[in-house]
Design a protein around this ligand. Structure first.
Ligand SMILES: Nc1nc2c(ncn2[C@@H]2O[C@H](COP(=O)(O)OP(=O)(O)OP(=O)(O)O)[C@@H](O)[C@H]2O)c(=O)[nH]1
Ligand SMILES: [Mg+2]
Length: 316
């Protein structure tokens, strides 16, 4: 199976413009203001990193590593210090990345079942539409299960996406048991030789406890139909919420085994730096990032491409 990557460098670059303004522009200014790169510059950059949602510990760590790295190099040029910081950022993002894509996983699991979770408004439903588009474009047979039976308009919204992409959707009436939608979806997927199943879930129920219990129930039901399903549980986080996204990630991973993260709405925010903190704390790979509302605005996450796009360096 050919591994398919949805990655458009210019789109990524444009999507990250607000974060760039806050982070990279300040770093570049700090560097170009000085004739020599000394400790004072490093401290200034450290401060920029701390105030850019990257988080205190990570900022300190990056500057420490940069300091070390610069000591062992004779080149103390301005370009070199920015390159060193970029390398440290890539290292951090790469530390918990997985190299296995869904396209490899479907060789093992057929259908591959992906559960999409996250708080209300994070971008779950939109992301499912975009994922379905990516998978369909790659030639896979996709089925969507609409297990958000709580929000009145949820079915309709997901149906619009399914129609746009041209994939089938399984849904039940508003208020139906979400687990029964999940159950039906997997059975239908098995019968119809589906490659990938995407299950949408509610972001809000009556109480938070309810939501977590419901997710576990859905998982249990999925595993009744296919032993090891769900094979992936992607947590969708709104990149706009910065620190709040971190808290959500902690809450969800306490009760469920999150296998991948999807960070949405990076196009509308200057808080994109929080992605570094989320990865460092969660130790879970970021699979995709959302850089717009359009069908083609979900990008594969690649540490190097991300940092290059942030710093506007064209890829080699
Ligand atoms: N700009 C931008 N908007 C996005 C992105 N992803 C999602 N959105 C928007 O965020 C809003 C909420 O998205 P939904 O997909 O409905 O979120 P949800 O998690 O399914 O929400 P609930 O069903 O209420 O739990 C919509 O208006 C989307 O268009 C993104 O990457 N960029
Ligand atoms: Mg939704």
């Amino acid at each position: 199976m050919k591994i398919f990557k949805n990655l458009n460098f210019n789109k990524l670059k444009n999507g990250l413009s607000k974060t760039r303004e806050k982070l990279v522009t300040s770093i570049n200014e700090a560097v170009s203001r000085r004739a020599v790169i000394d400790e004072e510059v490093l401290e200034e950059i450290e401060e920029i990193l701390i105030t850019s949602d990257i988080g205190f510990d990570i900022a300190m760590n990056i500057i420490d590593e940069t300091r070390k790295s610069l000591k062992s190099q004779s080149d103390r040029s301005k370009i070199n210090i920015v390159e060193t910081i970029k390398n440290e950022l890539v290292k951090l993002l790469d530390e918990h990345s997985t190299k296995t894509s869904e396209f490899e996983l479907i060789e093992k699991h057929h259908p591959l079942v992906i559960l999409i979770i996250g708080v209300n408004g994070a971008g779950k439903t939109t992301t499912i539409g975009k994922l379905a588009y990516i998978y369909k474009k790659a030639g896979l047979k996709v089925l969507i299960g609409s297990a958000d039976t709580f929000r009145a308009a949820a079915n309709e919204q997901l149906e619009i996406w399914a129609n746009r992409v041209g994939v089938d959707i399984i849904q039940k009436a508003h208020g139906a048991d979400p687990s029964s939608v999940a159950f039906d979806t997997l059975n239908i997927a098995k019968k119809n030789d589906i490659d990938i199943v995407l299950i949408d879930t509610a972001g809000r129920l009556h109480t938070k406890n309810n939501l977590m219990q419901e997710l576990n129930k859905i998982k249990k039901v999925l595993s009744k139909v296919i032993d090891d399903a769900p094979h992936e549980t992607f947590l969708v986080l709104d990149g706009n919420t910065g620190q709040n996204a971190l808290i959500q990630a902690k809450e969800f991973s306490k009760v469920t085994d999150v296998t991948g993260l999807i960070i949405t709405k990076l196009d509308g925010t200057a808080k994109g730096g929080s992605i570094f903190q989320i990865i460092a704390e969660q130790k879970v790979p970021v699979k995709y990032i959302g850089v717009g509302e359009g069908i083609d605005d979900l990008q594969n996450f690649d540490a190097k491409e991300f940092v290059n796009a942030l710093f506007e360096t064209e890829p080699e």
